[in-house]
Design a protein around this ligand. Sequence first.
Ligand code: FE2
Ligand code: FE2
Length: 327
Amino acid sequence: MENEHANQSELEYVSFPILKVFPDQPLPGDLYLFLNGHFVKYKTKGDNISQQKFELFVLQKVQYIFVTKGEADSFKSWSDKLTHKDKETLVAAVGEENAIVVEKHFDVREGYLSFIAKEVTEESVKVILVKTRDFIQTIKEKRTADKFTAKLLSYSQHVADHSTNVGNLSVYLALNTGYSQQIILENVYLGGVLHDFGKTKIDPKNLEEPPTSKKYQTSIRKHPELGRTALLLDSGFSEEVLRIVGEHHERHDGTGYPKGLKGNKIYDLTKLVSVANVFDNLVMASSEGDIKGRQIKAFRALEKDQGKMFDPKILGKCLRALERVVL
Ligand SMILES: [Fe+2]
Ligand SMILES: [Fe+2]
């Protein structure tokens, strides 16, 4: 009986990858969850899945949701259309001649999402490493990469966007502060993309608490080390990448966490990723005004640092590089 029921259901419902769903966008049909052996309607056509809910699904490693067979095609074309629109926006920002980089950027973005949606395994590490190598190689083939990688940014409050924004900005800062070696660029990029990986290891319930609460604060302070150890367990990532992940909240004056490392105890590439991370967080923190205005405000805030968060020498170089794309 049980089996019969399942077979009958399969005729009516088909799975749809959660990663193909666009949060905050009106759904083209009804969405179902498979709970306790039954399909239960979760959202109605025209509703949307909030960003927060979407991330919760991803972090809870939900891989699929369900749609009726009749609506499967409209879901697919809905997702394809929105992906296409996102790509067009970025191609417009970096120029048609760099469209290939945008393609590779989306490869990594997708790769990152499926990376956090699964357990870390040798295989999943390999996939993200290959995508990274490919992205950096493509960038290196473009002589103007040092001018456009900082334009590969999206602002949707989405965990994948923050991660790839920080990755792309870190590469931009590296390229503009004297780094050009493939392996170094791969490390700084991967460190940027994975810097907050540890957040996926924190109980999502604690992250739903107000950011000022003790519960939130204690949990969040664990994410650099949680990320480092989670990535360490399955080899494949270089020591440099792990250092960046573990150190990205350390501060130049020694008041950061988890170790309170000071000044030159912090790895040079971490310093670049930290600047990129804070810059992106500042831009995302406000929703007032257009992106350009928010970037300028973030830039001005970084200028005031005076050796607290950042190594003044490195920050100076980063600001000179950011100036070219922001101001
Ligand atoms: Fe972080
Ligand atoms: Fe971050």
